[in-house]
Design a protein around this ligand. Sequence first.
Ligand code: BTN
Length: 319
Amino acid sequence: MIRDKIIEFLKKKSEYVSGEELSQRLGISRQAFWKHIHELKESGYDIVAVPHLGYRLEGSPDRLFPSEISSRLNTKFTGRKIYYFDTLPSTIDVAIDLGIKGAPEGTLVLAESQTKGRGRLGREWFSPKYKGIYMSLILRPDILPAQASIFTLLAGVSVCEAAGQVCAIEAKIKWPNDILVNNKKLGGILTELNAEMDEVHFLVVSMGLNVNNDKKSLPVTAISLKELKKENVSRIELLQEILRKIEANYMLLQKKGNALIIDKWREYNITLGLRVKISSHHKQVEGEAVDIDADGSLLIRNDAGLTQKITAGDVAHCR
Ligand code: BTN
């Protein structure tokens, strides 16, 4: 897109660039160039125009525009194709649609807000505009449906690594998919499959993260990066790093199998070693969370000393 090219060019230059030179380089008329500059200003870019000098970019809006995400992303497939929306009911449904239509691996669906954001077990995911990251990523691993849970763990590890790197925040994981800091929820991951009994067509790995939410707008059980850092955090940088980490971990998984991802997950987890109560399929299981097995299931030892394997459920930590 011409607009992306203009921004890319202005970003590279710290001095003023003449409009004539830019329109020539882009092969467009001066009128078309002015129209694009006007639209860029409308979407929040702070472009200063000085007669006889030209144009200079003094600030970019805090929007997850695909051009911003793609710039210096340097991934091979995650986020190489981005679908961006101001508002959606849920990024998941759009990603599933795109997946069915054959969208390539790594296709990313982003929304600045969601009206029907959903969490696990039919819960709502509060998705206020420009505050968080709401994303769904299409992956096409060659796996069986029963092997899909490792991707939830992989995504959790990737978020923790990215939060550490970009914000110096030590996030933890509550099995299987809650991202916590100070025992409060910073984010969550939801993996949905499009599959038959013996074949996964594609996965949609989705996440919601509280980034620049103010403390008072969040429930007491939740926390945002802004609350932790006492300042706004760049959603662009964080999202880029999440995409890089997901790709790196995915490649690790393909080369070395689940073990290294599970090892990393163990480092970040706060569930193992605790007494837990798990509600799954209308049953409750209580016991000590002793380990996680090769496919990502949680192993619980109940009070009778029997070990049970839990593949899904809602975990409450008892101590
Ligand atoms: C959880 O329950 O912890 C998972 C929350 C997942 C929320 C994300 S936000 C982007 C994507 N779209 C949705 O409707 N939900 C997921």
